[in-house]
Design a protein around this ligand. Sequence first.
Ligand code: CA
Length: 405
Amino acid sequence: MTATWLDIPADHPFGLANLPYGVFSTQGRPRRVGVRVGDWVLDAGAASEQAGMESGEVWLQPSLNAFLAEGRPAWEAARAWLVELLTNEARRDCVEPHLVPVEQVTMHLPVEVADYVDFYASEHHATNVGRIFRPDSEPLTPNWKHLPIGYHGRSGTVVVSGTDIIRPTGQRKAPADAAPSFGPSVRLDIEAELGFVVGGPTAIGERVGVADAADHLLGVVLLNDWSARDIQAWEYVPLGPFLGKSFATSISPWVVTLDALEAARVPLPGQDPEPLAYLQGTATSLFGLDIHYEVELNGTVVARPEYRDMYWSPTQMLAHLTVNGASLRAGDLFGSGTISGAAKDSRGSFLELSWNGSEPFALGSGATRAFLEDGDVVTLRAVAPGPEGSRIGLGEVTGRVVPAR
Ligand code: CA
């Protein structure tokens, strides 16, 4: 790793190999784009202004959308410029005045989310859910290995880490109930996912193939798809998830770029049968990511999902999303679906960890949980390998459940 005059320990999760983008503010000043470096946030717009770089104007915006709209060539040029700025001692005067200690900033939603789609790309999760919700049928639906299944979620309720989650109210009916009832969800759950942040817009009618998909992916965030299982179970046939999901989706504040995750790329676990031609790719264009998650509930780590277990590549998800000619907008966000592996402690939802409530799991305090109670705090954290033994931190996404209104 290139040396820097900045004092950053070699194993820092936000070292020079990472350089994620976010939107921050400091007291009395507007929201703007920042780059996390060590325990500081670089005010990227101010630094570029001082350096006389006009293209840095996109970083003075209150979201990453203008930067996202520029597309991959601009993202790569920006990254190269940032590395040069942070490593060249001669540039120190352009950097030092614009570094803000991370404890002095407030982080905001990094993107104004355009369209939000959620996929279902873990074979283990889909199989577990099938066994729980449809015990008398095949766990995987007949389409599952032929296309990355997804649904359109609600972009306006994507919130940044730290935002309280109001327990949703709605209609539910357990199989044994004679009639539906109305009230606060009693089966509030999480889904540990990876979110992909999309840029480089396309026109209606244009497809993005697997080989070009990475040109439209700036990077990733941690994503918690809060889910009301009782509302979901009653509403989801025949059109899929709706109010059981749309009340809130939390994301982490730092968008970790695909470029920073180069060393974390791994082969997919393997696809059988071979999908249709538009979903096929090469060892380069199809990839998993070696991202290690921790799911923490009230201070106890209750699961450690591994993103490398996911069946579908993010490039296949994006190719499928556009194969009908649907356009991409800067700020689109898609979720991977719950990350679950074969082992019980690698399941990314409480539905699976407690097997729909029949096997409550223990917290360190001696308490047990099947689903979330008011006051519970859920935090997802993740880290990935970086170049030359470094670590790439993805930070965390956290949220507290507050009572229904
Ligand atoms: Ca989900």
